[in-house]
Design a protein. Structure first.
Length: 303
């Protein structure tokens, strides 16, 4: 049975779009979030003068589906954020910031450097955002006990950050059987679709609201559609190696999560496609739409 988590959110000025703090009971971490225009209010908070890691977020003009993300660390978060906000030497892209510190003031420079390295590695692995970090710092050597503490720190932050709208560090899981279904994960049956005009099949599941296509699934060898958004997504996955050429055919080199079944179907078919219809349960033949409907069937009309 899955264990729940109580995430405490506090709207500092009473506005849902203003500065807010987030924490989990019995966890020493605290996250503070706000827009760049509220930076002065953010920096006035005591947490900002502590060691911590921070996440700068902004829109990506080249790919609206993937926000830009910069991960950094500092002995004094406020000083570093002022530098990033400078008109002459700062970073232009970001419009929002989230920073993570500790309520018990036990985070050291080595700890936050470790956290920075691990968060950058996680963001690169999940590929949900476009990383603005030019360098990928190596993981800092820490005592074994400290590593254990920092990994727990990260695991708790991974729970809270999506609540704040940052899902760059969420893992991507694709269980291939019911025996591998993670506790607490909402996982659909296995769906399949054929690659149009080419031999091969793709497989995937809905996991916590994302459609994850399995590694080894086939995809069309080129984009043939007219849609720009999914066409750019197809090209990006080819360039990144997520879609790789193996023995002359295009396959998914790794599991990949899509925002919707239609996005996944478009990449597999090389053109725009309605994934709610094209993905079918490998056992029952039900479409994705039919499977979703049976989860919450409509109320029968009174005769």
């Amino acid at each position: 049975m899955a264990t729940g988590k109580q995430v405490r959110l506090f709207l500092v000025d009473g506005s849902p779009t203003g500065v807010l703090t987030a924490e989990i009971m019995n966890w020493t971490g605290r996250l503070v979030s706000g827009s760049r225009s509220e930076l002065n209010d953010l920096l006035a908070r005591g947490e900002a003068n502590s060691p911590g890691v921070y996440f700068l977020l902004g829109e990506n003009p080249e790919d609206p589906d993937r926000r830009l993300l910069y991960v950094g660390e500092a002995d004094d978060v406020a000083i570093r954020l002022r530098q990033h906000n400078s008109a002459s030497t700062g970073k232009e892209f970001w419009s929002r910031v989230i920073f993570l510190t500790s309520k018990d003031a036990n985070l050291t420079k080595a700890h936050v450097r470790y956290l920075e390295s691990r968060f950058i590695a996680l963001a690169a692995a999940t590929d949900r955002c476009a990383l603005e970090n030019g360098n990928r710092p190596p993981t800092v050597n820490l005592p074994e006990a400290d590593i254990s503490d920092m990994e727990y720190f990260i695991s708790q932050a991974q729970i809270v950050l999506p609540v704040l709208g940052l899902d760059a560090f969420r893992g991507r899981l694709l269980p291939t059987s019911s025996e591998r279904t993670p506790i607490g994960e909402h996982v659909s049956p296995l769906f399949e679709m054929k690659v149009p005009a080419e031999e091969g099949v793709a497989q995937g599941r809905d996991i916590n609201g994302e459609f994850v296509v399995a590694a080894g699934s086939r995809a069309r060898s080129s984009w043939t559609g007219s849609g720009q958004n999914y066409g750019r997504l197809y090209d990006r996955l080819r360039k990144s190696g997520t879609l790789d050429v193996v023995e002359g055919v295009v396959v998914f080199a790794d599991d990949h999560a899509f925002a919707s079944p239609s996005a996944a179907a478009a990449v597999v078919s090389g053109r725009n496609a309605n994934g709610r219809i094209t993905w079918r349960d490998s056992n029952t033949g039900q479409t994705f739409a039919q499977w979703q409907e049976q989860l919450a069937p409509p109320i029968p009309e009174e005769s």
